[in-house]
Ligand binder design. Sequence first.
Ligand code: HSE
Length: 418
Amino acid sequence: MDANKQLTIGLFGFGVVGQGLYRILQQTPSLNASIKRICIKDPAKKRDAPDALFTTDRDLLLNDPEINVIVEVINESEPAYRIVTTALRKGKDVVSASKKMLAEHLPELITLQQSSGRSLLYEASACASIPVIRNLEEYYDNDLLHSIKGIVNGSTNFILTKMFEDKLDLKDALLLAQQLGFAETDPTLDLEGYDAVNKWTLLLNHAYGITTSPGDIVFNGIQNIKESDARVAKEKNLHIKLVAQAQKLKEGDVAGFVLPQFVRQDDHLSFVKNEYNGVVIESGFADKQFFYGKGAGSFPTATAVLSDISALRYQYKYEYKKLHHHKLLRLYDDFHLRAYVSFADWTFIPREKFEYIEEWHAHADRKYLVGILHFREIKGHRWWKDNNTSLILMPDPIVEDMDVRKLKKVSLELAGIM
Ligand code: HSE
């Protein structure tokens, strides 16, 4: 390591994260890192930093031979992609927090990182202050990672907490999340699960060496969750969380998705409130480990960026070792899920798709069932998202090895609904 290496930074973006980084760097002089120039979009905005630092000309940063690190924390994916790829091609190290851009271009960026010989680090892009990427990459570098599940979006967790504990409605809770700087510029990215699935795409790569794209992962957000769902959660002593999950199956491949889930009170994730994120990792012999920390906001996210900048002093780079394992893992879809589905009108619910129905409550205004269905009845279908339907997975939702077919007829006949 070269502790004296001077890191001269060209910073793209001076929003929530960029400003946080600017402040934190002022308090970490031992890092030998300084911001030479900041590229912003709107020169008219009043900013709390010397005017001389700012420019709207990207090339002033990208073509400056003295700048050896590009930190990119802007909002828009396409410009972020151009900045990151150009910087790597020009021989600069890059730190990025653009999870959407990274998730959409990861395979290509990995190749570019390798051919450029530089580092591309992005710890801030998933779970902000929790060092989950580097842990998955370095510590869980073996075959023993049984499962990983997490709350990876701070805004939706904040909103669920405010809705269920402080009785705010979704709109007010979202407004608060926006005011506090947690939400994306387009908050549907948070609410409808896009942000979480982008992060999960990245984490699946570092956890299991799975290369996939956000569009190939089954996901939803919290937009369909109803008050009546919260009442059911309360009756059953459960919490509702947006959970990203991946689990190795017996066949060796991995079940993975991002869906709302009922979480037991003693589950580590039930302790994760407000904008905090949490990740529970289960490995072969060590049992469970729980990572917890702020998943959004200026300083928590900037801290992860700072840690990446600091790792550049010793030329740290992700090696993506799991991409070179003898058996490449992939997302598998031959398993069952235990799910709760609430709906206004049962004609929209394909009951015949359920292998087994454990509960059927058809009398309330808002009806619901709990049952087991094949993952493929969700993947590639929309019935569970459309027509005011809300699907929430039950705790420990993945069902393997069950002779569900035998149970199916019995349960439906007993309930008198076939
Ligand atoms: N909108 C994101 C979240 C910001 O709420 O988690 C942090 O990535």
